[in-house]
Write a new protein. Structure first.
Length: 282
């Protein structure tokens, strides 16, 4: 198995400018004991793509994000970020782990927002946002603070910088978490069910901010969500998973109005209550 993206099929081989996919999964397998949760998974994500992963509970969507974030390691296969192996590479015919230093360097290009916010409760909002820029990227406190203030403005929380996360609503905490992920100026943003822990009436405020980020930046996004309208609005590709495999891929307008695979039809019917034809029409 080659350790770099296949030159025979790359744009470079076809004579155009060389550009590796931003994310590539090649024959990735993930097991927990005897439970195989991802089966020889192959897909790639181009720069600026917004890819939504949908599928029933347990189909492996979150595991994919956790693999990209290096919170989990694949059992087999290779993940490439900008053409560079993330956690493992092939050397001398063997699958070899990369150094923690290399993994950390690559991971700095990736931001993730979790369902449960994961903010530091003992730090102020501002301290939460500048922590990684200062300690991971080595920015000065002044530089990181200036950027954090811009981001707080962007997520509508400029007046909350000195408060602690516990004094904020769930929606506000998630907006802080989004600002924190953006503070690293990530090339890739991973969104894992970011509205699932929120009361229905504040889901819209968080999705509105993410829509704005999608419209005003070129950040590559990998999104796990049950908010099909959000997927319709933001993404250009939808991948339907079942049992750790991709069963169907399509642009959202096609996936939500004319799914081909029976599993996709059943899933969308269950999620949308038979209203799949109306997604994107309002
Ligand atoms: N740390 C773990 N240890 C053991 N099994 C795990 C672990 N994490 C995930 N799994 C299993 O991996 C499978 C895929 O889980 P994953 O969370 O990726 O699914 P999902 O599609 O994101 O589901 P949901 O929509 O419910 O979040 C499930 O069967 C789950 O039980």
């Amino acid at each position: 198995m080659p350790s770099t993206p296949d030159s025979a099929t790359s744009p470079a081989a076809a004579g155009s400018a060389p550009s590796a996919p931003v994310i590539e999964f090649r024959d990735v397998e993930k097991s927990y004991g005897s439970n195989v949760v991802l089966h020889e998974l192959n897909f790639s994500v181009a720069k600026g793509d917004r890819v939504t992963l949908i599928g029933p509970s347990g189909s492996g969507k979150t595991t994919i994000l956790r693999l990209v974030m290096t919170l989990e390691e694949a059992t087999d296969g290779y993940i490439f970020i900008d053409g560079e192996p993330l956690t493992h590479e092939e050397r001398g015919g063997k699958r070899v782990a990369r150094s923690k230093k290399d993994q950390k360097r690559i991971r700095q290009r990736i931001g993730m927002v979790f369902q449960q916010f994961n903010l530091f409760p003992n730090m102020s909002v501002l301290e939460n946002i500048i922590e990684a820029p200062v300690h991971v990227l080595g920015q000065s406190k002044a530089e990181a603070t200036a950027r954090a203030k811009e981001l707080l403005e962007k997520v509508g929380l400029a007046d909350k910088a000195e408060q602690h996360p516990t004094s904020l609503s769930g929606g506000q905490q998630q907006r802080v978490a989004i600002a924190r992920a953006l503070a690293l100026d990530p090339e890739i943003l991973l969104l894992d069910e970011v509205t699932s822990a929120l009361d229905p009436e504040i889901v819209g405020e968080v999705l509105g901010i993410l829509r704005n980020i999608a419209e005003t930046t070129n950040i590559t996004m990998l999104i796990v969500t049950h908010e099909m309208q959000f997927a319709r609005d933001v993404s250009n590709r939808v991948l339907m998973f079942d049992g750790g495999k991709i069963v169907e891929e399509a642009p959202p307008a096609v996936m939500f109005s004319d799914p081909k695979h029976q599993r996709t039809k059943d899933f969308l019917h269950a999620v949308l209550g038979g209203e799949e034809g109306t997604i994107g029409t309002h």
